[in-house]
Design a protein around this ligand. Structure first.
Ligand SMILES: NC(=O)c1ccc[n+]([C@@H]2O[C@H](COP(=O)([O-])OP(=O)(O)OC[C@H]3O[C@@H](n4cnc5c(N)ncnc54)[C@H](OP(=O)(O)O)[C@@H]3O)[C@@H](O)[C@H]2O)c1
Length: 342
C-alpha cells in the first residue's frame, strides 16, 4: 500500500504542486481560446498557454472537440459562471471529448490512449476551449464506439443536465407525464429521449419546423410556443423540465397538484414560488454537476442506440466567435461543437 511518503518520493509534494496548477515556465505549450475581458464574442482570442500536467488521480486529455453551451456565452459576458471563475483571463468551455495523453498517480480506471468525454470541474474553470485539459479521472467516461469525437463533445453537459433534472431532481418514473420546454435545444432533445427511456409520456414545446423531428426521437406530443394558446391542451403534468427561463408561472399551470417544475435556467422566481404555494405544486432550482456514474449510464444508452445526439453545426476552434453568435440566436436544433485541430 502506498503511503504519503511514497507519493512524495514519486512526485515531490503533490499538495505543493496543487498550488501551481499550470506548472512551470518550462512546460510545453498549447493553443487555447483565452478571454482577457468580459464582453462580446470578439473577446475570444486564440493564444498560447502552458500545457497543464496531471496531479495524482487526474488525467491529461488531448481535446479533439469541445461542446458549446449557453453557459459559455453567458459567462463570456459576465453572467453564467463568471462569478465562479472570477476576473479574466480565463478559458471557457466545459464539454470535452478527446484522448487520454497522460495519467497521474492513482488513476486505475483510464489509460493512455482511451477516448474519453466529460464535463470536468463544473462550475469551476475547465478550459475546454484548448488543446489540453487536466481533471479528476472519474469526471471522464470512455466514449462509446458509435460516437464520433464531435458527437461525444455534444453530450456531457446537456445530457447530464437532462438526466439529473429528470431522475435526481424530479424523480420521473414510468407512466409519468413530462413536459420539456425548448425541446429542440441541446438539453431539450436529450431530455425528451431520456424521459421516454424512463417510460414517461412526453410533451415538448418547439417551433413548428422541429415538430416532426421531435416526434421521430420520442416526443408523444409537441406544441408550438408561438401560438398564444399553446398550453391549453397540456394538463395533468407530473414533471416539467423548464429550459426557457420565461413564462414560468403559465408553464407551471399545466402541473397536477404535487407535480414539480425544475427551473433549469435562472432558478425559481419569487412569482413562481408564490404560485406553487397557492396551487400546491413543487419547484426546484437546478445546477448540473460532474457525474461519472450518470455519464456512464448515458454512454450505455447512446451505445445501444436508445438515445441519439443531434449536432447542428461544427466550427474550427479559431471560429469560436461564429459558434457563439449562432448559439446566441437561441434557435439551434441540438448542439454546436468546436473542432480542436492539432
Ligand atoms: N442550470 C443548469 O445547470 C443548466 C444546464 C444546462 C443548460 N442550462 C440553461 O438551459 C437553457 C437551455 O439550454 P440549451 O443548451 O438546451 O439551449 P439551446 O440549445 O441554445 O436552446 C435552443 C433552443 O431553444 C428553443 N427555444 C427558444 N426559446 C423558446 C421558447 N420560448 N419556448 C420553447 N423553446 C424555445 C429553440 O427552439 P425552436 O428552434 O424550436 O424555436 C432552440 O431549439 C439555457 O438557458 C442554458 O443556459 C442550465
Amino acid at each position: 500500500m502506498f503511503t504519503q511518503d511514497d507519493l512524495c518520493a514519486t512526485y515531490g509534494d503533490p499538495w505543493a504542486a496543487a498550488t501551481v496548477p499550470f506548472m512551470n515556465n518550462a512546460a510545453p505549450t498549447m493553443r487555447a481560446i483565452t478571454q482577457q475581458r468580459l464582453g462580446g464574442a470578439d473577446e475570444l482570442i486564440l493564444t498560447t498557454k502552458p500545457r497543464p500536467a496531471p496531479l495524482p488521480t487526474e488525467v491529461l486529455v488531448r481535446v479533439t472537440a469541445a461542446g458549446v453551451n449557453p453557459v459559455d456565452w453567458k459567462t463570456r459576458e459576465g453572467n453564467g459562471m463568471a462569478g465562479v471563475l472570477g476576473e479574466p483571463p480565463f478559458v471557457l468551455g466545459w464539454d470535452v471529448a478527446g484522448v487520454v495523453e497522460e495519467v497521474g498517480f492513482g488513476v486505475t480506471t483510464l489509460a493512455v490512449g482511451d477516448r474519453v468525454f466529460g464535463m470536468p470541474w463544473f462550475p469551476r474553470q475547465a478550459g475546454a476551449y484548448a488543446e489540453y485539459v487536466t481533471a479528476p479521472s472519474r469526471q471522464f467516461v470512455k466514449v462509446p464506439d458509435v460516437l464520433s469525437d464531435v458527437q461525444a463533445a455534444a453530450v456531457p453537459l446537456a445530457a447530464l443536465t437532462a438526466w439529473q433534472a429528470l431522475v435526481d431532481t424530479a424523480g420521473v418514473s414510468a407512466g409519468d407525464r413530462v413536459l420539456v420546454t425548448a425541446g429542440a435545444g441541446g438539453v431539450g432533445h436529450l431530455a425528451v429521449q431520456l424521459a421516454k427511456h424512463l417510460g414517461a409520456h412526453v410533451t415538448a414545446t418547439a417551433s413548428e419546423r422541429n415538430h416532426a423531428w421531435l416526434r421521430s426521437i420520442g416526443a408523444d406530443d409537441v406544441v408550438d410556443y408561438h401560438d398564444p394558446e399553446y398550453l391549453t391542451t397540456v394538463k395533468d403534468i407530473d414533471a416539467i423540465i423548464e429550459l426557457t427561463g420565461a413564462d414560468q408561472v403559465r408553464i407551471a399551470s399545466t402541473l397536477r397538484p404535487g407535480g414539480i417544475i425544475v427551473a433549469v435556467p435562472g432558478g425559481v422566481s419569487a412569482e413562481l414560488g408564490a404560485a406553487a404555494t397557492a396551487a400546491g405544486f413543487r419547484t426546484s432550482a437546478f445546477l448540473v454537476e460532474p457525474d461519472g456514474a450518470a455519464l456512464t449510464t448515458i454512454a450505455g444508452l447512446l451505445s445501444a442506440g436508445q438515445v441519439t445526439v443531434e449536432v447542428a453545426r461544427t466550427f474550427p476552434i479559431a471560429d469560436v466567435a461564429k459558434a457563439h453568435a449562432l448559439g446566441e440566436t437561441n434557435r439551434t436544433r441540438g448542439k454546436i461543437v468546436l473542432e480542436v485541430a492539432r
